[in-house]
Design a protein around this ligand. Sequence first.
Ligand code: 4NP
Length: 152
Amino acid sequence: MKILMVCLGNICRSPLAEGVFRNKSNYRKLNIIVDSAGTSDFHVGATPDYRSIEVARKNNVDISNLTARKFAVSDFSNFDYIFVMDLNNYNELMKLTENDSQRRKIILLTEFLFPEQKIQVPDPYYGDEKDFETVYKLIEDSCEKIIEKLFL
Ligand code: 4NP
């Protein structure tokens, strides 16, 4: 199984989701490949925002060696599920789809935690440390629920 985490810059939220999910997956010995990407090319090649690295580190998750890349249409065939952080990401990816099989792969990260409520993982880029902690918690709870609903 292969899953992709997507946000706008691939430096704040989706690297956190990638690291958190990978940790949970490894802990449970699940055979899931996890990657992340951004809908934009703003930060391609960059390591995660230091505030994301820091909140992850505090929770024993190391994301310091990840590098940002832009989402590619080929990701639709390379991944089984594509989890997006917010509705902008959702709409941007939907624009790139060509069939229902691709459309069905795109799921809001919080969907299994808060079904049909369209809860978004807020963009913390212009926020402070507290915002990154809130985002971390929402990402962690969402990933836990995804594993419970789809992979156990
Ligand atoms: P992310 O956060 O989408 O969670 O990686 C952002 C990072 C950078 C920008 C916006 C959001 N930016 O405008 O550069």
